[in-house]
Design a binder for this molecule. Structure first.
Ligand SMILES: CC(=O)N1C(=O)N[C@@H]2[C@H](CCCCC(=O)O)SC[C@@H]21
Length: 122
């Protein structure tokens, strides 16, 4: 069957790149995320990510990871699944929640955005 281990380099349709390190026996991994876009005006810097994927059944595993942005007070969580097409091409179909820091509780309602995004290997 077609296995999908997330280790490696990925790019999404915004042009953001991520590198995922070795996935350990428990499915845990870390990595680095370089976003091509940002909600802040601050200079973009590489940011750390940590997450885990299912490794018990490597057929189209689900995963999740968190990016703690190094250049802003925001955090993004990604959740998704790895699919492999008939030619062996892998894609990560994800949804994400970006939480930016709200100035006060009054701004809490508008501090989380959601989106979908697809990653392919580079
Ligand atoms: C994959 C995807 O859609 N995104 C991506 O690659 N970059 C943007 C956001 C970057 C946030 C940077 C930190 C900040 O602006 O405070 S996370 C969701 C979106």
């Amino acid at each position: 069957e077609r296995k999908c281990i997330l280790t490696g380099d990925w790019q999404n349709d915004l042009g953001s790149n991520m590198t995922i390190s070795a996935v350990n026996g428990a499915g845990q991994f870390s990595g680095l995320y370089l976003t091509a876009v940002s909600a802040t005006e601050k200079p973009i810097l590489v940011s750390p990510l940590n997450g885990s994927q299912h490794v018990d059944n490597l057929e189209h595993p689900t995963f999740g990871f968190t990016v703690k942005w190094s250049f802003s007070d925001s955090t993004t969580v990604f959740v998704g699944q790895c699919f492999t097409d008939d030619h062996g091409k892998e894609t990560l179909q994800t949804m994400w929640l970006l939480r930016v820091k709200a100035k006060s509780m009054d701004d809490n309602w508008k501090a989380t955005t959601v989106g979908t995004n697809v990653f392919t290997r580079i």
